[in-house]
Unconditional design. Structure first.
Length: 312
């Protein structure tokens, strides 16, 4: 069987393990039209892949199962209210429909929102995409099974509770072995302070976001309305590439020759409110599109400033 078909088969088996916790050797061999021995060989490869992500598989006569099946993504989809879940679904669907196009090169952040972005890439049958990510959430992994999508999953140190890799290899040049871009970056965050900017509660995750932004040609930041005027343990003002807060007004930069990255912030408009009622509208002009609100800005790239992480 060609290598591509083998990899696709193994990704299908992997997703069933993550979803169901157990798979049957004979059922798989019948489905794929190969021998039980070949399926057991797949289990060997899948076991190595799971181990690299901090997960483990138990082999038994007639099949394989995850150790503590069903526990690995426990809590990943929990902790959000029904309203927040609906907002994440709305925003991720909107971003994929309006901003993800054939032949795009994407840098995908991690988290539940970006996992939903990956889900909509699948359901909307987007093709011709090149994707680099540090995430190994369920729908990110499912992208491996999609035709006409090239996916590179960055290595590093697995962060099990966030289901992503940190300590990104290659530093700011991590993407050079793969593609040269231009890259659209899709980011999320833990909270957003109107003066300081995007807030993230893990310094290692901040570092990877910084690498992504530095490689970006355009940034899309998805934040549901509940994230604004909240705080987190650590903050990153879009790499801290300027000493002053990146978002204080919607006015043009003083020096129009200064390099910058286009930024679109996408949030939802809660029921009963208008775009002008949203906190960020006190700083920037909102653009309403149904229940979605867009803010257009840009990230200044002052090369003299070093990336900064600030305690809140």
């Amino acid at each position: 069987m060609p290598r591509g078909e083998k990899e696709k088969r193994q990704q299908t088996i992997l997703m069933r393990l993550l979803r169901d916790g157990r798979v049957n050797t004979h059922d798989l061999s019948t489905e794929f039209g190969i021998t039980d021995v070949a399926i057991r060989g797949d289990f060997d490869d899948i076991g190595v892949l799971l181990k690299s992500r901090g997960l483990f598989m138990n082999r038994f006569y007639g099949g394989a199962e995850l150790i503590q099946p069903g526990q690995h993504y426990r809590g990943f989809y929990e902790g959000h209210s029904e309203i927040e879940v609906e907002a994440i679904q709305l925003l991720s669907e909107y971003v994929v429909r309006h901003f993800v196009h054939w032949d795009d090169s994407l840098l995908l952040d991690t988290g539940r929102t970006v996992d939903r972005v990956a889900q909509h890439i699948i359901t909307q049958k987007k093709s011709g995409l090149r994707i680099i990510t540090k995430s190994y959430t369920p729908h990110i992994l499912e992208l491996y099974t999609q035709g006409e999508i090239e996916l590179v999953q960055l290595g590093g140190v697995p962060l099990p509770r966030a289901f992503c890799f940190v300590k990104c290899p290659g530093g700011d040049a991590f993407y050079q072995p793969y593609w040269t871009g231009p890259f659209k970056v899709i980011l999320t965050g833990s909270a957003f302070d109107l003066d300081e900017g995007l807030m993230v509660n893990n310094p290692d995750i901040i570092e990877v976001k910084q690498h992504f932004i530095k490689a970006a040609s355009e940034v899309f930041l998805i934040l549901d309305h509940s994230k604004f005027n909240k705080t987190a343990r650590e903050t990153v003002t879009f790499c801290g590439m300027r000493s002053d807060p990146w978002l204080t007004t919607g006015q043009p930069l003083e020096d129009e020759k200064e390099p910058f990255i286009p930024l679109t912030i996408i949030t939802d408009i809660p029921s009963g409110q208008h775009a002008e009622d949203l906190p960020l509208s006190s700083k920037m002009s909102p653009q309403a599109d149904g229940r979605v609100c867009l803010y257009k800005s840009r990230i200044p790239l002052s090369v003299s400033a070093e990336p900064q992480t600030m305690s809140s």
